[in-house]
Design a protein around this ligand. Structure first.
Ligand code: SF4
Length: 181
């Protein structure tokens, strides 16, 4: 199948790309992550993907960084799990629309690799978007490849992030909450 893969970061994409290519699928990556803040962090992650795609000769579509629109959406709900479910929907919706418009056979997301995300929520959103846009959602539990992705990252010396993406997640990761306690 010709599959459009939403890429959350190069380490997660490395495993999915390897796995789906081995199965004979034709893979195109789709970079759309306005949830990554601040901008220099966004750039570091995007550049890691550029480096990987060059080394592996894989096609990637780079979407714009609509940071303000994303923030407006996120500030309506800052608590987990809804904050994250909205964030997945925001990025996966655009992926499904693009896949439909460009006649891909299916779309999926590397969010399915992460052991830190709401896996069932991602699956549900994928299935919902599949019905809405009339395009197949390729589902696989990629979490078993989480460590393999990390190993590929090391091998290629790719940048690997320390927090999920948004400013709230950075604050949560580094203990900002404790300051207010
Ligand atoms: S923690 Fe991650 S998934 Fe959740 S809203 Fe922030 S960037 Fe999105």
């Amino acid at each position: 199948m010709k599959i459009l893969v939403h890429v959350c970061c190069a380490p997660c994409f490395a495993y999915v790309h390897k796995r789906l290519s081995e199965e004979g699928h034709d893979i195109t990556g789709y970079w759309y992550n306005p949830n990554i803040h601040p901008y220099m962090e966004y750039k570091a992650r995007r550049d890691a993907l550029k480096k990987y795609s060059k080394l592996e000769n894989v096609k990637i579509v780079y979407e714009s960084y609509d940071f303000i629109e994303y923030l407006k959406m996120q500030l309506k709900n800052t608590e987990k799990p809804d904050r994250c479910l909205n964030c997945y929907y925001y990025r996966m919706k655009k992926t499904a629309e693009y896949a439909r418009k460009e006649n891909f056979d299916a779309f999926t997301t590397t969010l399915l690799v992460s052991t830190y995300q709401y896996h069932e929520g991602i699956k549900k959103i994928g299935e919902e978007l599949s019905k809405k846009y009339g395009i197949k959602f390729y589902y696989e539990d990629f979490r078993e490849g989480f460590n393999e992705g990390k190993a590929i990252t090391k091998l290629y010396s790719l940048y690997r992030q320390q927090y999920c993406g948004c400013l709230i997640s950075e604050w949560e990761r580094f203990g900002g909450k404790k300051i207010d306690d």
